[in-house]
Design a binder for this molecule. Structure first.
Ligand code: ATP
Ligand code: MG
Length: 562
């Protein structure tokens, strides 16, 4: 057996080079650093699969670190949801850590910066500070407070900490340079006054450290070898290294920040801030709405952890920004469910069909394979009777030769059952068909081995026996946005592209009786229709199914019509 060697992604190449240069393999350590200000989305899954994947490849620990330095937006609910999602995806972190656990250490290091004359308290407003910042082509201006003495800075910083100053009145800034080409190096703010209760440290602190100051130092405390983040932090790398240099003890490991392109997915948005707006505006029914690109939304929709991991793997790690086609995600779930999902019959838009030559009151039990792709999946029993439901779309009184379903005077096979022929219809006063009358070929039962059972007819349609049918609600989803990149338009806000038809609820669907005891989360292929799972709203009395993904991509068809 030849094992195909996977080519290394560029981050693995960087690690390999570091190992060659002498980095001790046992020093490798990674982290996934979410801010608990929302639920994780499929973009985060890319970062999770990447970091935990590196952990697996190099047999190295991967920490879960909550980057919780902004108490105004962070909540315990998000912490819990993030942990649940990572576990569900199938990953185990080495340690659960919080940046807020380092508040004291970060404070002590800030004092160290002040003592080294590398930080100062600025009394100006944020507007004044911004005005002095300059532009990439214009030098900034020094703050009038830049040359305060160390003693004065220590005293003021202490007052900031003690809550003696109002929010927005004072900040602590790093003293780097107001003429640096990298704007982020122009005396960045490292602490601000914020009199907010923190979900973990309560009211202990009146000041909170800024992201740049916190992130690298947290990596250093945890001795993360490779701190992998997304491209927008590329310019922050210089600052990350500057901060590290200030606190470096001379012989610990110095973390290395490297960047990769964010995962964007077509027809959706991928920022917690924007997803929160959808939730707050009621445009979706919560973070786990099956239309959301969140991990919890995809889970509820019927996606499996494996399909998301496989998607992340195939979509790969890029150096440049790009948009991944959502069809790739759909491909992976279809591929998996094709192997694993039991086949069943469900009728979403029912019309009654009567087999006039089938004895009244007779019931037959037919045997059907659960999954032709899986020989261990076994068989199930399906009741058959004189009256069945079929899909309204599967019948036409007249149709051309390309219509392979049921039409008057023509035959089709009922899946797992008999060949029938349509003879007449009954209509209501509006001219709508209320009943299709057929006859069946008694010898044509599927699998019976008779000549008739081997007869080839053009079409096969699915059905559900009326006396045995179980009513169900079925929710059909479409793209949440009508535009491929809804947040890429300068003149339009992303919410203007919301698809008004992204959810269609069918209240009068019928499913075969084997589904009667289906449990929340169970996944099925509704034959000829798609893959469906039992929604969280489902109860024993009222079954609710989500369409995870149709068998065929209806959007592709729409595109062809254009
Ligand atoms: P958002 O804008 O959605 O809130 P974020 O980057 O602010 O994203 P964090 O909680 O800070 O969210 O992200 C945790 C980790 O996940 C970070 O390392 C971040 O770079 C990574 N990440 C976030 N979004 C994506 C994405 N779309 N693709 C890949 N990685 C991402
Ligand atoms: Mg963030």
């Amino acid at each position: 057996m030849t094992e195909e060697k996977k080519s290394l992604n560029f981050l693995e190449q960087i690690i390999e080079e570091d190992l060659i240069k002498g980095l001790d393999r046992s020093k490798l350590r990674f982290r996934f650093p979410p801010e608990p200000n929302g639920y994780l989305h499929i973009g985060h899954a890319a970062s999770i699969c990447l970091n935990f994947g590196l952990g697996q490849t190099y047999n190295a620990p991967v920490n879960l670190r909550f980057d919780d330095t902004n108490p105004t937006k962070e909540e315990q609910e998000y912490v819990d949801a993030i942990k649940q999602d990572i576990q569900w995806l199938g990953f185990k972190w080495a340690e659960e850590l919080y940046s807020s656990d380092y508040f004291q250490q970060l404070y002590d290091w800030a004092i160290l910066l002040i003592k080294k004359d590398k930080a100062y308290v600025d009394d100006q407003t944020s507007v004044q500070i911004a005005e002095q910042k300059g532009t990439p082509t214009k030098d900034g201006v020094n703050s009038p407070y830049r040359n305060r003495s160390v003693e004065e800075n220590l005293a003021l910083f202490e007052k900031m900490k003690n809550g003696d100053f109002e929010e927005g009145s004072h900040v602590l800034r790093a003293k780097i340079s107001m003429t640096a080409t990298n704007m982020l190096m122009r005396d960045p703010i490292i602490y601000r006054v914020l009199k907010k209760s923190h979900h973990r440290t309560g009211n202990d602190w009146n000041i909170y450290p800024m992201y740049d100051w916190t992130h690298g130092e947290s990596d250093y405390i945890e001795q993360v070898s490779h701190s992998i983040c997304t491209l927008e932090f590329k310019h922050h790398r210089e600052l990350y290294n500057w901060f590290l240099k200030q606190v470096y003890d001379g012989d610990s490991l110095k973390p290395k920040q490297r960047e990769f392109a964010r995962r964007n997915l077509s027809y959706t948005v991928m920022s917690k801030r924007k997803l929160l707006q959808l939730v707050k505006d009621g445009l979706v029914n919560g973070w786990d709405d099956p239309r959301m690109p969140t991990i919890s939304g995809l889970r509820r929709r019927g996606y499996t952890p494996k399909s998301i991991r496989d998607f992340s793997e195939t979509a790969g790690i890029a150096k440049r920004d790009n948009i991944t086609d959502i069809a790739l995600l759909e491909f992976h779930i279809k591929n998996e469910l094709n192997q694993t999902a039991p086949r069943v019959m469900a009728v979403l838009n029912p019309v009654k069909l009567v087999i006039t030559n089938y004895p009244e009151g007779k019931k037959e039990i037919l045997i059907a394979e659960n999954n032709p792709e899986d020989e261990n999946a076994g068989v199930r029993e399906i009741p058959f009777s004189r009256e069945i439901y079929i899909e309204r779309e599967d019948f036409r009184e007249q149709a051309n030769k390309k219509f392979f379903r049921l039409k008057l005077d023509k035959e089709v096979r009922l899946k797992n059952a008999y060949i029938i022929k349509a003879n007449s219809v009954v209509k209501d006063e509006n001219g709508d068909i209320t009943e299709i009358q057929c006859t069946y070929d008694e010898d044509s039962k599927s699998g019976s081995g008779t000549e008739s059972s081997k007869r080839k007819v053009k079409g096969t349609i699915h059905w559900v026996s009326i006396p045995h049918a179980v009513p169900a609600e079925v929710r059909l989803y479409d793209r949440l946005f009508t535009d491929e990149a809804p947040d890429s338009h300068k003149d339009k806000y992303f919410k203007e592209f919301i698809n008004p038809d992204s959810l269609k609820i069918i209240n009068n669907a019928f499913v075969e009786p084997s589904l009667k005891n289906a449990k929340i989360g169970d996944r099925f292929q509704f034959q000829r229709l798609g893959y469906f799972n039992v929604d969280d709203d489902s109860t024993a009395k009222h079954l609710v199914f989500n369409r995870t993904v149709p068998l065929r991509d209806s959007w592709a068809k729409m595109d062809q019509k254009k």
